[in-house]
Design a binder for this molecule. Structure first.
Ligand code: SF4
Length: 465
């Protein structure tokens, strides 16, 4: 029995040249591991890695494979491509399933019996792995059960909800051999002496925080209760990654820094089991001691990212960030002191923010001087708490990178201002000197990718909004 899992990132690259990562679809890789353990021959395709392939070519390739099971994972910008891909495989694939964070919102469309027939036979809603495990005996028979928690098979009918997994260690390690070395791109600075072979690892699930700009669709799959894997389970995966040739890791958790105790256990296990390699993770902009940061550094931590958002306490309050500017400043200083690089996320254009407060944010960025700055324009995404607060700011188009361009003059002005800040910041002798001092080895050894990054970034700075 053969399964083909497709991450449909195709169509995701917008026209603007803003550089971005290619984040590996860890949920698909986890499902691949479950299928492989059940004896399936599994292939995992990610269309984001082949951006020049047209939708028709991808459909033809899948048709040629004629798998017994096709699982498609749509992304926001590729919904129609994913739906069409599923639809185009009717008759050549025994079973067509959709899964991923967006599926609860499009399941009814995929399952509707329209003129063209249904696009999918079933939609996995919520955390996919337990549902897939229960589905295994049915999949081998090429059919879906009429009723199974977490699986929707008819448009308009809600599936029985499935409880979130309590023990993440009960899952097999994701099928990293289907991801490593496939060309996934990672853009943050990492201390890697040689060509970068990035591995992605998810160590925890769920986030209970209430940032008003956070799109719930990104959190629905894993819920709001924080769960995490044991240190040894994660280290097993790191060792596997190294076997496969990865030389750096991005922990893609929404909330890696939830518990200092957990980070300490993980770092100690990495050191004890010789799984030290450069890694990057996202933490809160406060609450990690210098002592712990030094341990993280010894365990290979190369880069930490946090959402500092604003240089104004009043705006941080509007965003319900639960941190103060002073705390962010101290956390940034500790990170630098520990010899770790910093990626800072900031937001401008928050409703109610004054010009002076926005200027404070630019000044604050200069002050804490992150090694990489991402400056976002405030957007309201569907379902985010901000949608109730500022419905007039809701836009369907636009991303957190581009902002809702072209909608109103204020947004266009903000975008111009942002690019001008980027130019000032990144092209300053201070920044260039520090970047070269810290990153000359990676630049030398990973020249092709770094050069492409610089070209893209420069184009983005210079492009007229
Ligand atoms: S933005 Fe991140 S930290 Fe904030 S609620 Fe969303 S997932 Fe949690």
């Amino acid at each position: 029995v053969r399964a083909l899992l497709v991450n449909v990132g195709h169509g995701q690259e917008p026209a603007d040249p803003h550089p971005r990562h290619h984040v590996a679809p860890m949920d698909l890789a986890q499902c691949a591991a479950i299928l492989e353990a059940d004896g399936w021959r599994v292939e995992l395709w990610d269309t984001v890695l082949t951006p020049s392939a047209s939708s028709a070519e991808i459909e033809a390739r899948v048709r040629h494979k004629a798998p017994d099971l096709l699982i498609v994972r749509p992304l926001h910008a590729s919904l129609h491509v994913a739906e069409q891909l599923l639809r185009s495989q009717a008759g050549t694939t025994a079973l067509r399933l959709a899964m991923g964070p967006l599926v609860p919102h499009i399941a009814n469309d995929l399952l509707a019996d329209g003129e063209l027939g249904r696009a999918a036979d079933g939609a996995i809603v919520g955390e996919p792995e337990p549902t897939l495990i229960d589905l295994l005996p049915h999949l081998r028979e090429g059919r879906l059960p009429a009723s199974l928690a977490g699986l929707r098979t008819r448009a308009g009918e809600r599936e029985k909800p499935r409880a979130f997994l309590k023990d993440l260690d009960s899952l097999p390690i994701p099928a990293q051999h289907l991801l490593v070395g496939r060309g996934y791109r990672f853009r943050y600075p990492l201390d890697v002496d040689g060509p970068l072979h990035i591995g992605y690892v998810l160590t925890s699930r769920g986030c209970a925080l209430g940032c008003i700009f956070c799109a719930p669709v990104e959190r629905e799959t894993f819920g709001t209760k924080y769960r995490f894997r044991s240190a040894d389970h994660v280290v097993d995966e790191l060792l596997r990654l190294r076997e496969l040739g990865a030389n750096a890791v991005y922990f893609i958790d929404d909330f890696f820094g939830f518990s200092p105790r957990r980070i300490r256990d993980l770092c100690e296990a990495m050191i004890a089991r010789d799984a030290v390699m450069p890694w990057c993770a996202q933490i809160r902009a406060q609450g990690i001691s210098l002592d712990l940061l030094r341990l993280m550094r010894r365990a290979g931590c190369s880069t930490l990212c946090f959402g500092a958002e604003s240089g104004s306490d009043r705006v941080l309050g509007l965003l319900r960030k639960g941190v103060t500017v002073a705390e962010v400043r101290e956390q940034a200083a500790r990170i630098r002191h520990a010899g770790i690089q910093l990626v800072g996320y900031f937001i401008v254009g928050v409703p109610g923010e004054t010009d002076a407060e926005r200027q404070t944010t630019y000044d604050f960025i200069e002050e804490i001087a992150p090694d990489l700055v991402q400056l976002h324009i405030f957007n309201v995404f569907p379902g985010a708490p901000a949608m109730d607060m500022f419905p007039e700011r809701y836009v369907e188009e636009g991303t957190k990178f581009t902002g809702p361009r072209g909608l109103d003059q204020r947004m266009i002005d903000l975008d111009r201002e942002r690019r001008s800040f980027y130019r000032r910041y990144y092209l300053s002798p201070r920044y260039l000197g520090r970047a070269l001092r810290r990153r000359w080895r990676p630049l030398l050894h990973n020249f092709g990718e770094e050069a492409e990054f610089v070209v893209r970034t420069t184009r983005f700075f210079l492009e007229r909004p």
